[in-house]
Design a binder for this molecule. Structure first.
Ligand SMILES: [Zn+2]
Length: 214
């Protein structure tokens, strides 16, 4: 458990510090789109972004660094929400691992929560914090956004959002993994089937109330 914490602590803190530099008071976080933040990070680092139609969808992106140029290549055939996560993942390698290597080719399996390669796990944790920053998730849940609405507004996939919400609940409220999965499944179902009430909104409202009275 302690090792897991060590692996993820720096990537998440790094992503959070980049977001606090990007964030301004005028921003309405209820309209946060991750692609706008990604473009800003790409521009700030003079990174070239190429969309390439890979024949196989097993290969989804790469980061290459040479003397002249830093390039991120993503699969043009992937849906936009998947490309966003891939770009965020490659930026994770750029910010976290560029002193260790200069070439990071990524298969689709490297971008899954189940990847068991430390580099990939770290790039994924960084990416999920970039595409769905903690404060954005909190504000949207507090505003009672549905699962589908959060995914659509932020331009993130359902898989990314599901995984991020579980980490959000564990990280902020120290809930058990099983309870988080149950709450997130209920949230996704309520969005699909149009239920008005869902446990996660009630839970966040109670937490907000607790903060107000304490
Ligand atoms: Zn990777």
């Amino acid at each position: 458990m302690a090792n897991t914490k060590n692996i993820f602590t720096f990537p998440i803190l790094k992503a959070q510090s980049l977001f606090s530099r990007y964030y301004s008071r005028e921003m309405d976080l209820k309209t946060y789109r991750c692609d706008e933040f990604l473009v800003r990070l790409i521009q700030d680092n003079n990174i070239r972004l190429d969309l390439y139609p890979f024949k196989s969808d097993k290969f989804c992106g790469l980061l290459t660094i040479d003397e002249d140029e830093i390039t991120i290549v993503v699969n043009k055939n992937s849906p936009a929400v998947r490309r966003n996560f891939t770009i965020a993942h490659e930026l994770g390698h750029f910010y976290l691992h560029r002193h260790l290597n200069s070439n990071f080719p990524d298969r689709a399996s490297d971008l899954l929560n189940s990847s068991d390669i430390v580099f990939e796990k770290q790039a994924n944790a960084f990416a999920s914090e970039i595409v769905l920053p903690n404060i954005v998730v909190y504000i949207m849940l507090k505003s009672k956004f549905s699962f589908n609405r959060i995914s659509a507004v932020t331009q993130t996939s359902h898989e990314t959002l599901r995984w991020r919400l579980i980490r959000f609940l564990i990280g902020n409220f120290k809930m058990s993994h099983n309870k988080c999965v149950e709450m997130v499944n209920d949230f996704e179902d309520s969005s699909i089937f149009g239920y008005k009430k869902c446990e996660i909104h009630d839970f966040i409202a109670k937490e907000v109330y607790k903060k107000l009275v304490n």
